[in-house]
Design a binder for this molecule. Structure first.
Ligand code: SAH
Length: 349
């Protein structure tokens, strides 16, 4: 194994110190950062504006660990799923979802997941490790390149809704998003980025305290604790009340968009009574929330069923009569297991 340190894991101040000990000029640091993040160089030899001696010194002390595309699958509906191979052989998945001019990248935050949500394929894998900031950045960058190549369109949105719970890998996820929004990185507006969480109340408060500018989605799926405990064990320690308080705080501090995601499972959470509960819960937050009703994508490990479209329409109508903003999201990429909750490195195992 290569013993050289991964240069994108070195903090800016440590890299600066390394430069100083070598007597390099201060402006070289910005040039290196520019190559690493903005130009997305794969090797030090590409860094044409650096003196050869510096390129060689960098190469003997550091490596650039980029992830690579290990598998590429295109769905009949145009959705593309990519398996990324990490330096240690682990795999994570990312998805490109084209929808007219809208090109959305769905990226992962962890290898596997620790949360064991009963309806999610990733929840049946163990959490192997957190992704680092560069691994998060590289997925976005790679999928942006795929959008250009396959559809000749720029990426318009990034959702952190792939494998893993982003708020349990807080520091790396925030640093990864910072690199995506940094003018010295991808230069993205944070308004086009959404982080989705199963609901870690303490960390939602931390997002607010850290003044993040991206949007937040909560995977709600049930608006009563008893039901939510049954499908999302994390709810036992992060109850709906705790999450509600955290979201209220988040919105008051940041004014960023908050969305609820709600998978409609047949015979479980899609009755009119469930709609009433969802409506009450949403209004009790006291903040503007959009609701996305998501189609359930069947997974082999569980026996939930997708809700009947007519029942869904009635469910939606009830929420709308309570003046809530509701969208029904049709699932994409199901034929290649690229849809929400189906990411489990299946084709590779
Ligand atoms: N851990 C984060 C991000 C990953 S899940 C979270 O929980 O939000 C991204 C979205 O896909 C979540 O809303 C999740 O609940 C949903 N999802 C998981 N399994 C699904 C399935 N089988 N069908 C439809 N959506 C699913």
């Amino acid at each position: 194994m290569d013993a050289r340190k991964d240069i994108r894991k070195i903090s800016d101040s440590d890299l600066k110190a390394w430069m100083q000990t070598r007597g390099e000029k201060a402006f070289r640091l910005a040039q290196i950062q520019d190559w690493l993040w903005k130009k997305w160089a794969a090797s030090f030899s590409e860094m044409a504006n650096l003196p050869a001696s510096l390129r060689e010194a960098l190469d003997s002390d550091f490596q650039i660990r980029k992830l690579s595309v290990s598998e590429f699958q295109k769905s009949a509906d145009g959705t593309i799923k990519v398996a990324f191979r990490l330096f240690d052989g682990n795999l994570v998945e990312g998805v490109l979802i084209p929808s007219g001019e809208r090109m959305t990248a769905c990226i992962s935050s962890q290898v596997g997941c620790s949360l064991t949500c009963k309806f999610c394929a990733t929840g049946y894998m163990d959490r192997k490790r957190n992704l680092d900031a560069a691994e998060i950045f590289d997925q976005a960058r790679e999928i942006a390149a795929i959008a250009e190549k396959e559809y000749n369109l720029p990426l318009t949105n990034i959702v952190m809704m792939g494998m893993g719970e982003p708020l349990l890998n807080y520091a790396n996820v925030l640093e990864g998003i910072n690199r995506i929004t940094d003018p010295m990185g991808m230069g993205w507006s944070p308004k086009r980025i959404t982080l989705s969480t199963a609901g870690i109340a303490k960390m939602i408060v931390k997002l607010a305290d850290d003044g993040v500018k991206f949007n937040l989605a909560l995977s709600l799926h049930a608006a009563d604790d008893e039901k939510r405990n049954r499908i999302m064990p994390i709810n036992e320690s992060n109850t709906l009340d705790a999450i509600k308080e955290a979201l209220r705080y988040f919105y008051q501090k940041t004014k960023n968009q908050v969305t609820f995601e709600y998978i409609a499972f047949a015979g479980f959470n899609e009755s009119l009574e469930d709609a009433t509960k969802l409506s009450k819960f949403t209004r009790s937050t006291g903040i503007p929330v959009k609701i996305n009703i998501i189609e359930y994508n069947p997974i082999a490990e569980a026996d939930f069923m997708n809700a009947d479209p007519q029942r869904l329409d009635a469910f939606k109508a009830k929420l709308e009569s309570d003046k809530l903003i509701v969208n029904i999201r049709r699932s994409r990429g199901k034929d290649i297991d690229a849809a929400c909750g189906q990411l489990a490195n299946k084709s590779n195992s």
